[in-house]
Ligand binder design. Structure first.
Ligand code: PLP
Length: 415
């Protein structure tokens, strides 16, 4: 894509856009929730559909001139149904958080009870954190992972549910490296007559490709972001059985949103189309193999991983056992200096703070999109280790930075 026209009319914005493209090309994006979409997805997202009001749903809009808006929304819905096997799909949520809001608004009343995973144990703000609307409107209690093993403690979750009697149990996480047993959580929901919302924001692509167990057909509601492992551009999605279709659709529009971002719905349609290809299945498998390779090599260097490893696209490093005086923020800053962009993250049993936590989270979706295989990911693990071990050593950071330059030149991204 060219920014020629913006360059002519608005050089300041063009500088920022080109700067961002250069940044993505020249650094390794290892933030586990990020990815790089195709040029086709970006073209669709920058289309004239950004001009179109299409309040309502295909075939029943509140505005005229919606025939092409209908086309892209129907394509996005049909492809999503094929990818995830859901009966009903709403592709209008502006993001994953809006998708969760749609479910809460669709089936809960203010004051109803949510049981979800603690944010510092891998949950998400939209699962009922006090700073989020969900934490203010609903009564929230949270379950935890077992601090010894790093795995969800399903027994404790079940007991907690029986005690708290929630209206909805939320599964699906932001920083959980292991396979989620959605059926086990459904048992707890069944036992307490609660809805089950499976938020697969991070693992949408892994579920679509069949490399992670699917909650579709198990949980009542499945939500996700469309810009993470599924690589379909920024946005959200809700899936459910036909019986909840009206509740969900009404909660998204008019319940919590106005006109859908039809250009982003077009991006979803294109990205979902790409994800239906056999190459996407290989991509998802490689993403997991790469995370496993990354994690194993980090462990060989003596670093400690929460849960001891990974089943998905991310690893969570607990710095405390190997580097007790180094914080996640120290490492995040030094790695960014070296061209490896990831984030500091809390770890189960956090002893520092959410702002300056003891862990770092690293994901492989972006690297895998660039063509990285396991050998290259092992080398990235070596580079991460060197910086973790000497975050304030400028020579080490400079050497790693040179190697990152070579890797980004070898594994090219955008023209
Ligand atoms: C990323 C994420 C979301 C949604 O985030 P948005 O930025 O609103 O798309 C929701 N739930 C979980 C578990 C996530 O990781």
């Amino acid at each position: 894509m060219s920014y020629e026209t913006v360059r002519e009319t608005d050089p300041a914005v063009a500088d920022a856009l080109e700067g961002e493209r250069g940044r993505q090309n020249d650094t390794l994006a290892m933030i586990a929730s990020e990815n790089h979409v195709s040029e086709a997805v970006m073209e669709a997202q920058s289309s004239e559909l950004t001009n179109k009001y299409a309040e309502g749903y295909p075939g029943e809009r509140y505005y005229g001139g919606c025939e092409y808006a209908d086309d892209v929304e129907e394509l996005a819905i049909d492809r999503a149904k094929e990818l995830w096997g859901a009966d009903h799909v709403n592709v209008q949520p502006h993001s994953g958080s809006q998708a969760n809001m749609g479910v809460y608004l669709g089936v809960l009343e203010p004051g109803d009870k949510i049981l979800s995973l603690d944010l510092t144990h891998g949950g998400h703000l939209s699962h009922g954190h006090p700073a989020n609307f969900a934490g203010q409107v609903y009564e929230v209690e949270q379950y935890k992972v077992d601090e010894e093993t790093g795995y969800i403690d399903y027994e404790a979750l079940h007991d907690h549910a029986e005690e708290f009697d929630p209206d909805i149990i939320v599964s699906g996480y932001s920083a959980y490296p292991r396979e989620v047993d959605f059926e086990r959580i459904q048992e707890a929901a069944d036992a307490t007559d609660a809805y089950h919302l499976a938020d697969i924001a991070h693992i949408t692509g892994l579920v679509a490709a069949g490399v992670h167990e699917s909650p579709v057909g198990v949980a009542d509601f499945v939500t996700g972001s469309t810009h993470k492992t599924i690589r379909a551009g920024r946005g959200g999605i809700i899936m459910c059985a036909e019986e909840y279709a009206d509740d969900i659709d009404n909660a998204v529009f008019p319940g919590s949103q106005g006109g859908p971002l039809m250009h982003n719905v077009a991006g979803k349609a294109v990205g979902f189309g790409e994800a239906l290809s056999p190459e996407f299945e290989e991509y998802a498998e490689q993403t997991v193999d790469n995370a496993i390779a990354l994690g194993e090599r980090l462990k060989e260097h003596g670093l400690s991983l929460v849960s001891g490893g990974t089943d998905n696209h991310l690893v969570l490093i607990d710095l405390r056992p190997s580097h007790p005086d180094t914080t996640g923020k120290d490492v995040e800053a030094a790695l960014e200096e070296a061209g490896i962009v990831l984030n500091a993250n809390t770890v189960p049993g956090e002893t520092r703070s959410a702002f300056n936590p003891s862990g770092i989270r690293a994901g492989t979706p972006g690297l895998t999109t660039r063509g990285f295989g396991e050998e290259a990911c092992r080398e990235v693990a070596d580079l991460i280790y060197e910086v973790v071990d000497a975050p304030h050593d400028d020579d080490v950071v400079a050497t790693v930075s040179d190697r990152v330059d070579e890797l980004t030149d070898e594994y090219t991204l955008y023209e």
